[in-house]
Ligand binder design. Sequence first.
Ligand SMILES: [Zn+2]
Length: 507
Amino acid sequence: MAAPRIAVLGLHHEGNRWAPVVFRQDMRITRGDALIDDSRAPHPRVTGGTVGFVREMDATGPWTPMPIVLADAGAAGPLDHALLGEIKEEMRRGLEAAMPLDGVYFAQHGAGISTGSHDPDGEMYALARRIVGPKVPIVTILDLHAMVSDEMVDSVDYVAAYITNPHVDQMARGAECARAMRALLGGLKTAKAFIRLPIQAPQVTQLTAPGTGPYSEVIAYGQTQLDATVLNVSILGGFTYGDTPYQGMAFIVTTRDDPARAKALCRELAQRAWDARQRFVPHLTQLDDCVAGAVARGDDPALPAVVIADVADNPGGGGRGNTTWLLRALYAAEAKGVILGHMFDAPLAAEAHALGVGARFEAHFNRAETDERSQPFRVPAEVVGLSDGVFVGQEGGSRAGMTVDLGPTAVLRVGTVTVVVITKRQQTIDPGYFENVGVSVTDARTVVVKSRGHFRAGFSKYFRPDQIIEADVPGLTSPNLGNFEFRNVVRPLYPLDRDATWTPPAW
Ligand SMILES: [Zn+2]
């Protein structure tokens, strides 16, 4: 075949039902040649799944990229439904204009929601299928926090979900999708099996490093089953806070045209996870205990340093990244050697930049925030550092080699606590998020991160797993599922319903 014409497009959105609605100005939209050019740049800004696919396609032969649009909202509230319609319309027009196509690649996340739809991802895949017809391969990458609908699985030929959490294999899975695309172009036929279990595992129980729990075990087992017939095993923990009918742990097995093998393995994997369901329960540390530990470490250098993960306010799950429960308590307790990041507060960062290094002022956190969990906090502060917030992600982290842009950033000394304030809401991914503004991680006794778990990859060079605790404070991403009023999930759903039952499909 002459250089195949491959459409590249996607929606990257993890929708938290309780977070503020996303409008166009809240999205990063990359369209046309910029999508391909950025993927080929030394330190890209687009998603790792896009970069991995483009680079592997480049490396494996000629192709004609037909870039359309990548709409990236990250983890945030539901998309405004009109905005979703505009994105889908841009995708429709782009796909139709790019015809005849030989293949379609979705650089997708898979946990999208809008104010009027529970399944934007499935709608996009089905739209593409209608346009290109049944024979043109459609390949998609998915975040392992995707909420998987039947329409998503039925509309595509090949699915590759991340197998790591923290997500350090985004580029590798994108590359896998490129190789699958080449095979499909060469005549490969796939058969898939799909099961969605009624387990909504709180996000902190979905780690994949060895020894971190049942999710890591079933993912590792799935990877041992890959062979000449089993091409991909994707096990998606799902996104706890989407509140859609597609909540649940999803198992997708893709084989080389062997439906029986796909079904048998899919059922076995689901059964393994179901049998382990009682272990999908988080172990959180109460605020008082977090603070007492920080005070003790500040006073006794012999104690090992600790990371406190503010898992309930994870911008990577739609959290606002600005709740003040830990900041207020650690400040009041005068815990020594505390660094805390990353507080999303654009007005405060701008004020600190205007005042300059050395200025002392009354910091007013959350002056412009409306979410009730992000309470205002006024406290005397000193500006001790400023930066533009742009740097390259550290090796080992889930943004390794990629451009990180926190926007104008300020380091404030608030009593005994050093706080990093940023302009663009995002989670703390690796130690560079502190070190690039002159805040030492290795000198700190307690490091507070606004992150559910992605920090674990980058911070593992300084902290063992037993030096990490997860705080139980309020927030939009609290692992305490009882804190949320779910309206759209299919009940019963474990562990919301401890008596939930499941029967394997008869097939
Ligand atoms: Zn994820």
